[in-house]
Design a protein around this ligand. Structure first.
Ligand code: ZN
Length: 464
């Protein structure tokens, strides 16, 4: 990259939108996992789609690699820049442009933080249902490019299911204008799907039309203690049947997760004793408080009568619902009470009927590498998604062996090595455990077609 290139960027965007040297703050080089990397050559902060297009046109012409950044809450290193790259930060394009309740759509810019979108939509009595722990910092563009999941997938689907239309700038600066606010559109290939979940390697999302829904006025939560995983599956089926559309979350915590969170994370109060094998958090939402409460109560009564659950508590207010959610949402704080470097975070998916056997296999087989290693497990069990934290404090040098073993076991169980976090650079070498050679080669063909100079997030997901 020549200095002339930086000058041309400044000409296109103005002096203040292009940062170099000491003006580049450390936050552009850190992500949530605490990884820190060398400083990129420049940070570019466009304010409009036209400016994004101008930047990419220049980068395409001069073959300059670009890392697109949102809220930097990823955990697979996908948004961390390399020293030869420029960072395209979407932080100035953060407006919620329109909330259209008649269409059930909100049009937002890609750099808008998820929580800002949620709150703006709530002002109209609506909700944008995508929700995850990083809501305050993660951005819609990041959510889209990683096809974010989170806590309400069981009812509303992943980010992919919540996108009506996208505006995208491709590698050569072409603007694909697909900001449509309706669901049905069978006019050839649905191009927006290429950019959802592809981690920014095919284009830069600049604006999105999101699906919004009337907000339920009542949200209540039950926490149940269960003796075995078979009972977890039974109560999930029962909750689906009895709560129907009211069921908005079904989360499971294994004993170690629940117990250690209550014992180690400040401010967390465990609503149930800590000795049970499994804990299921069931959230029901709707407009009729009495009905929601009665439905959850009936579910608990019936399952207690049949010994499906051993103990349970039901929220009586928003505050008590928040107390229950707090246990489940303290996973990051819990992991920080252990040495962070000796921790492997797995985000896998597999058929729920095999989860128990799978977690047991992980727990047993990691001990062959490190007899003191242990796993802490929770997950969005209703979506087939588990988050497993592997701790190996006494063998920090065995990280790769443990990681490889865990993905090997995941592959044996027919699972996916990434349910919602993506591949980035961290999981690149394991991609072939979840995707066939033919699938990966087809991904490369798409990349070559849309980004012939390989400038967009190069080296993420796979190498060319
Ligand atoms: Zn998750």
């Amino acid at each position: 990259m020549t200095d002339g290139f930086i000058d041309r960027l400044r000409e296109a965007l103005g002096q203040r939108s292009v940062l170099t040297g000491a003006d580049i703050e450390p936050r552009y080089c850190h992500d949530l996992a605490g990884n820190s990397v060398a400083q990129p050559r420049a940070v570019v902060r466009p304010s409009t789609t036209e400016e994004v297009s101008a930047v990419l046109r220049l980068c395409h012409r001069e073959k300059v690699p670009v890392t697109t950044q949102g809220g930097m809450t990823g955990v697979v290193g996908g948004a961390l820049p390399n020293a030869n790259e420029i960072v395209l930060s979407m932080e100035l394009m953060n407006a919620v442009e329109e909330v259209d309740t008649s269409s059930g759509a909100a049009v937002v810019q890609a750099g808008a933080p998820l929580q800002k979108v949620q709150e703006r939509v709530e002002q109209e009595g609506y909700m944008f249902p995508l929700d995850l722990g990083a809501r305050g910092s993660c951005t819609i563009g990041g959510n889209i490019s990683t096809n974010a999941g989170g806590n309400r997938v069981i009812r509303y689907g992943m980010a992919r299911d919540l996108i009506l239309g996208l505006e995208v700038v491709t590698a050569d600066g072409t603007v694909l204008q697909g900001l449509r606010k309706y669901i049905k559109n069978n006019t050839g290939i649905d191009l927006k799907q290429l950019f959802i979940g592809s981690e920014g390697i095919l284009g830069v999302v600049t604006r999105a039309a999101l699906r919004i829904f009337p907000a339920p006025t009542e949200r209540q939560v039950a926490l149940c203690a269960l003796p075995s995983f078979a009972q977890v599956i039974s109560i999930l089926e029962m909750a689906r049947r009895h709560l129907g559309g009211e069921l908005t979350a079904f989360e499971v915590m294994w004993n170690e997760y629940y117990r250690l969170t209550v014992e180690r994370v400040k401010g967390v109060v465990g609503p149930l004793p800590i000795h049970h094998s499994f804990y299921a958090l069931i959230e029901a939402s709707g407009d009729d408080a009495d009905r929601i409460h009665a439905d959850l109560e009936k579910l608990i009564e019936t399952s207690m009568r049949t010994n499906m659950i051993l103990d349970a508590t039901l929220s009586t207010s928003n505050a008590s619902a928040a107390t229950i959610w707090r246990v489940r949402e303290s996973s990051l704080e819990l992991s920080r009470t252990f040495p962070y470097a000796a921790r492997i975070a797995l985000d896998v998916s597999l058929a729920i009927e095999r989860m128990d056997e799978y977690v047991k296999a992980i727990g047993v087989r990691i001990k062959a590498i490190d007899p003191c290693a242990f796993a802490i497990v929770f997950g969005h069990a209703g979506d087939g998604n588990l988050h497993i934290s592997l701790h190996h404090e006494h063998t920090p040098d065995k990280r790769e062996d443990l990681e490889k073993l865990a993905y090997q076991i995941t592959s044996e169980f027919g699972g996916s090595i990434s349910a919602e976090h993506g591949i980035g650079v961290e999981k690149l070498r394991y991609l072939k455990m979840s995707r066939t050679q033919e699938e990966i080669e087809t991904m490369r063909m798409l990349k070559r077609a849309l980004d012939p100079n390989n400038i967009l997030n190069p080296g993420r997901i796979f190498r060319m």
